[in-house]
Design a protein around this ligand. Structure first.
Ligand code: FAD
Length: 321
């Protein structure tokens, strides 16, 4: 028996959230005695990159290298993962909570007749049952969910699990996925790459600007700070509504939900709808000239000051490090 982990990758790299899912599965296997952790990766990705998944605790990676899987067609991925699940005799599938993960997990819950819990934040309590703690209401509360099915799917919340990095390289095995035309009934006909060097939903550090930045001509300051920190750039909703920044940078309840290690908010008031998208961040730094700005209540560090003075000084100080 094994625990299966569905791995996502982008631009040749396995996503950190998937490595967190592997780390979770590794600890779960030690707890429940479900054997080794096997990962399944689909589409074109380098073998050495896949072997490195072992560092997070996978013994083996099944690689379904069929190039038709590159497009991320959800039905095809769900079908391939179901085949991997049967192949390794798993009862538990672990994956990262993400747009693709959610879509694949929902289909797999039907295919595998599995109980699905999303936004899992810690290992299940398996003493006398199987109860899983998950984050709800955009991180404001937790719920305990009892899973009673034999097959289980756990989608792990980003940044909730410590990443394991001390394992040995995994063996990579070719996985011959059987796919039919029906698996490709839904087609992705065009994709557009988001601008910016680092993609916002994946970023470990995010620098966001709000209406306090006064206009798009001042965004160089945000970009300079982001560059020196190796961060993605984000913004508040009104900023993208006015057209100062593209919509895919809009962070919050109605935009991208981020969970970086560090979130720097510049000239953003901290309305509840914005906080809903950032409150899973590990550390929040707020720069605002109004000491009463609500964002300071959610901040780990706050700088009361004019962004036009503080941000360039901060960038210069970081450059000098
Ligand atoms: P403002 O509220 O105008 O705040 C600007 C801040 O900049 C102020 O705190 C001010 O003190 C500060 N400031 C001004 N000048 C400077 C300076 N020189 N230096 C430093 N600080 C300065 N908003 C989101 O962001 N994301 C969402 O997903 C979202 N979803 C919404 C959904 C609904 C249904 C609704 C009703 C609203 C939603 N909003 C969302 C909007 C939200 O309520 C706020 O209006 C918005 O977040 C405010 O954006 P802001 O902080 O950039 O602007």
């Amino acid at each position: 028996m094994s625990i299966l982990v569905y791995i996502e990758h982008a631009e040749g790299k396995v996503k950190k959230t998937s490595l967190e899912a592997v780390s979770f599965a590794n600890a779960l296997a030690a707890q429940t005695g479900e054997g080794e952790v096997v990962a399944v990766a689909l589409g074109t990705v380098d073998q050495a990159e896949l072997a490195s998944v072992g560092k997070a605790g996978a013994a083996k990676v099944l690689h379904g290298a069929d190039a038709r899987l590159d497009a991320g067609v959800i039905q095809a991925h769900a079908s391939a993962v179901a085949q991997a699940f049967q192949k390794v005799g798993a009862k538990t599938l672990v994956l990262a909570k993400s747009s693709l993960g959610d879509a694949v997990a929902a289909r797999l819950a039907i295919k595998l007749q599995a109980g699905l819990v999303s936004n899992v934040v810690e290992l299940p309590n398996t003493s006398g049952g199987y109860t899983v703690k998950r984050s709800i209401y955009t991180g404001k509360a937790f719920a305990e969910t009892a899973v009673t099915t034999e097959n289980k799917i756990l989608a792990i919340k980003k940044n909730a699990i410590d990443l394991r990095t001390d394992g040995a390289d995994a063996s990579v095995e070719n996985f011959d996925v059987q796919l039919s035309d029906a698996d490709f009934a839904g087609k992705i006909t065009a994709t557009e790459r988001a601008t910016g060097e680092i993609l916002l939903p994946e970023a470990d550090i995010v620098v966001s600007g709000g209406r306090g930045m006064k206009g798009p001509e001042n965004w160089g300051m945000i970009e300079d700070l982001a560059k020196v920190l190796g961060a993605a750039t984000g913004c508040s909703k009104p900023v993208s509504d006015i057209g100062w920044r593209p919509h895919h940078e809009h962070v919050g309840q109605t935009g991208v939900k981020v969970a970086p290690s560090l979130y720097v908010a510049v000239g953003i008031s901290g309305a509840i709808q914005h906080l809903a998208g950032v409150n899973s961040s590990k550390c929040i730094v707020v720069i605002n000239k109004d000491p009463e700005a609500p964002f300071f209540k959610a901040a780990d560090y706050g700088i009361v000051g004019d962004a036009f003075e503080v941000v360039p000084k901060l960038t210069e100080a970081l450059k000098a490090e």
